[in-house]
Write a protein that binds this ligand. Structure first.
Ligand SMILES: Cc1ncc(COP(=O)(O)O)c(C=O)c1O
Length: 387
């Protein structure tokens, strides 16, 4: 089946965070990380069948769910997960929060690599811990890890865990095996558990390869916890379901307890059904989506090279989130976000939302029909031209 990602789907009036968050009907939202595409037909069909039943009581998670998750990761990514390692919960952010609760005591330190997904900061702080950044190094068109700094920071005995973002939002990196091995060895040597957020793992362009951190070795598996979900890649984030994969039984018990303390142990019937249909029946859709997103990124790169040479974008290896260096404008990111909204009806995310390292940058969500992306780029160009 051929999917049509060029088709514009009206999202106004669906209580969409992204589309219904502005009073301006002309606003083009390219911020919140969900996609403007309909999900795969098998997912839609499975949900329709469930809706037509008409009873939506409490749900249990069936064997078929675990088989879908373990089957997918084994088939597609060569990572063999045992069913017992999986704890389901209502999202990756609730998962991260529970894992931090299980691994730390208030006052401990947790490492992140800024600029990085904003909820990492809040999850750490909400558990009474301190955020310590091992900033990524910006090289002009991409980011790399600073291993020397990582060595120094992990040597602090108060650092108990590190949240890795693989692939990385918003830097667009899909970490290589070599990078992951170096990071893992440093963390393990210093007794720092790696919490690997792999929510974007399916959205990787063909030249790159996603490597599940825990799949690298038994030792890496033992000293890490992974969070995954079909939510980003199959555009079902509103159905709120995610999995924690933890091979170590002792740690898993602690995480399970934290999930219960936080009262995020029950999922809804739609999340379960959609996840099964995603992993069992939607690979064809995903392949076409990746090709389309790559086309969008190529289109944006070309446009930026031609018309916006002063605002370079970071190389995108995975995700649909493009990171643009707007420092030539000499505006704080937040002010730029507001002005773009007010003056150009274009809504991007301020880079400073992802930590101080993101100041002066903006994040574009390009998971939209190409015609919308072109409109967004035109609006940005006009805004620049008027200054
Ligand atoms: C790296 C990362 N983790 C987690 C999330 C959100 O996960 P959830 O909606 O499952 O809580 C996002 C959303 O953008 C993300 O980019």
């Amino acid at each position: 089946m051929k999917y049509d990602f060029d088709k514009t789907v009206q999202r106004h009036g669906t209580n969409s965070y992204k589309w219904d968050g502005s009073d301006n009907p002309e606003m083009l939202p390219m911020w919140v990380a969900d996609m403007d595409f309909r999900t795969s037909e098998p997912i839609i069909k499975a949900l329709q069948e469930r809706v037509s039943h008409g009873i939506f009581g409490y749900t249990r998670v069936p064997e078929a769910y675990y088989e879908a998750v373990t089957g997918w990761f084994s088939r597609r990514h060569g990572w063999n997960i045992s069913k017992d390692w999986i704890i389901y919960t209502t999202g990756v952010v609730p998962a991260l929060s529970a894992i931090i609760k299980a691994l730390t005591a208030p006052g401990d330190k947790v490492l992140i690599q800024g600029p990085v997904y904003n909820c990492f900061y809040s999850s750490i702080r909400n558990n009474g811990c301190h955020v310590i950044s091992n900033p990524l190094i910006y090289t002009g068109d991409t980011y790399k890890m600073d291993f020397e700094d990582l060595e120094n920071r992990t040597a602090d005995p108060e650092v108990k865990a590190m949240i890795l973002c693989n692939p990385h939002n918003p830097a667009g990196r899909v970490w290589t095996e070599e990078e992951l091995i170096r990071l893992g060895e440093i963390c393990i040597k210093n007794g720092v558990t790696v919490i690997s957020d792999e929510i974007h793992c399916e959205l990787v362009f063909p030249e790159y390869r996603y490597i599940p951190f825990a799949s690298i070795s038994e030792n890496f598996q033992k000293h890490s916890v992974t969070c995954v979900s079909a939510s980003k890649s199959f555009n079902i984030a509103g159905l709120q379901i995610a999995n924690i994969v933890c091979a170590d039984e002792g740690l898993r018990k602690k995480i399970d307890k934290a999930i219960n303390i936080n009262e995020v142990c029950d999922v809804n019937p739609f999340g379960v059904i959609a996840t099964v249909a995603a992993y069992n029946e939607s690979e064809e859709w995903l392949e076409q989506l990746i090709a389309y997103l790559k086309g969008n990124y190529d289109c944006m790169s070309e446009y930026c090279r031609k018309y916006l040479p002063d605002y370079p974008i970071a190389k995108l290896e995975g995700t649909y989130l493009v990171w643009m260096d707007c420092r030539k404008l000499h505006l704080a990111s937040e002010e730029l976000e507001e002005r773009l909204k007010d003056e150009a009806a274009l809504w991007l995310n301020a880079g400073s939302m992802y930590g101080p390292e993101g100041e002066g940058f903006m994040r574009w969500n390009i998971a939209c029909p190409r015609s919308s992306l072109e409109q967004g780029l035109e609006r940005f160009r006009r805004f620049i031209g008027q200054r």
